[in-house]
Design a protein around this ligand. Structure first.
Ligand code: KIV
Ligand code: ZN
Length: 398
């Protein structure tokens, strides 16, 4: 089986659906170009039936994106499908992504349809989409709470109708990694025509398991992961693109897969999204949070300064940062302080370093983080042995 994993980015669709993340057309175009630079295989550009604005934006994205596929989402209704087909008409690589719920709970309360009716709508939608587009994805919404036997039946039928990707969403983020992995395995082994389509995973993060579930999905036969930059998306979000990609890259020794993502574009993509939406990233967010490559504890600082391998499992450069960050705070030691001061141009002897270290820890007790400007201030206002003082005041006065 091919070990290449397609990265399907849904930042502009599922991501944008979350409160506070809506973007205008110009912002979406800017982000789409960055996603293409990032190297994602598919950009889900929007839900054209949702609004005229969404329709126009998908259309414009289709015109400017050349390397990635551009997908438009639609329900299985004819009107939705027509709108999606029309929206991607100019795309170099168009994809129609149609979906309908398959869990009994959704059938009973939301759709008020029988399993047979849902199956019929799904097949008709895929047939229609396929008559206009070679690349058709079908999603069984709430798949993780659906009867696996029914999923086998509906996926078999839509592949027969022309679906080239079948998506298995954990729509409500309910699945546990081993359960979700088992579901993908059951589908992979149970769908007789699965050789004609690829299995996709689409996991929400309500229990913080979206990335783990996605990885279990690919371990069991899926070859496409749906995810978003910074993990944004409905409620607690979708699987985070940067976490999925860096997990695959960093743990290649355990999961031998490849992606087309240029990981150096991860941090710029994250920053662009944060800047456009005005929503920052939590500091401890894996890969792209401001503390992801920062070290404050003395023991860690000492190790990282001697060799980053001691406390870093990937390099900051690999995700597009220029370096790690040594933060001076109350947990820092003399070694890191000395290096930091040297970066600022101060070369202290042991005695002077001890003096400064005491002043810095006193400040750190009050201030949480000691900035470079604080260090310069301390240096400028301290008494040193003659040679150091010259260096300190000379640099401090610059
Ligand atoms: O979470 C979900 O089920 C979805 C589908 C529309 C793919 O976003
Ligand atoms: Zn979703």
């Amino acid at each position: 089986m091919d070990n290449h994993i397609k990265i399907f980015d849904t930042t502009l669709r599922d991501g944008e659906q979350s409160p506070g993340y809506s973007m205008n057309q110009q912002e979406k175009l800017q982000l789409a170009l960055q996603l293409e630079k990032l190297g994602v295989d598919v950009i889900e550009a929007g839900f054209p039936i949702a609004s005229d604005g969404d329709y126009e934006t998908v259309k414009e994205i289709g015109k400017i994106i050349k390397k990635s596929s551009v997908a438009a989402l639609c329900r299985t209704r004819r009107e939705d499908l027509e709108r999606a087909v029309s929206a991607v008409q100019h795309a170099a690589k168009p994809r129609i992504h149609t979906f309908i719920a398959t869990s009994d709970i959704h059938l009973k309360y939301k759709l008020q349809q029988t399993r047979d009716e849902v199956l019929e709508s799904a097949v008709k939608a895929v047939e229609y989409a396929r008559s206009h587009c070679d690349d058709v994805e079908f999603s069984a919404e709430d798949a993780s709470r659906s009867d696996p036997e029914y999923l086998i039946e509906i996926f078999t039928a839509v592949i027969e109708a022309g679906a080239t990707t079948i998506n298995v969403p954990d729509t409500v983020g309910y699945g546990l990694p081993w359960e979700y992995g088992e579901l993908i395995k059951t589908l992979h082994e149970g769908i007789p025509n699965i050789d004609q389509a690829i299995i996709s995973v689409h996991c929400h993060n309500d229990l913080g398991l979206a990335v783990a579930n996605s990885l279990m999905g690919i371990q069991n036969g899926a070859r496409q992961i749906e995810c978003t930059v910074n993990g944004i998306g409905e409620r607690a979000g979708n699987a985070s693109l940067e976490e999925v990609v860096m997990a695959l890259r960093t743990r290649k020794n355990s999961m031998n897969y490849t992606t087309s993502v240029n990981t150096k574009e991860i941090f710029p993509s994250s920053q662009l999204l944060a800047q456009i939406t005005g929503k920052g990233v939590q500091p401890n967010k894996a890969i792209v949070g401001e503390n992801a490559f920062a070290h404050e504890a003395g023991i860690h600082q000492h190790g990282v300064l001697k060799n980053p391998l001691t406390y870093e499992i990937m390099t900051p450069e690999s995700v597009g940062l220029t370096s790690n960050r040594i933060v001076i705070g109350k947990h820092s030691g003399r070694f890191a302080l000395c290096k930091k001061l040297e970066e600022l141009g101060f070369y202290l002897n042991k005695e002077d370093l001890n003096t400064i270290y005491t002043r810095v820890t006193q400040l750190a007790d009050k201030k949480k983080v000691v900035e470079d400007s604080d260090l310069i201030n301390i240096m400028a206002n301290s008494k040193f042995t003659t040679s150091t003082q010259q260096t300190a005041s000379a640099v401090g006065n610059r």
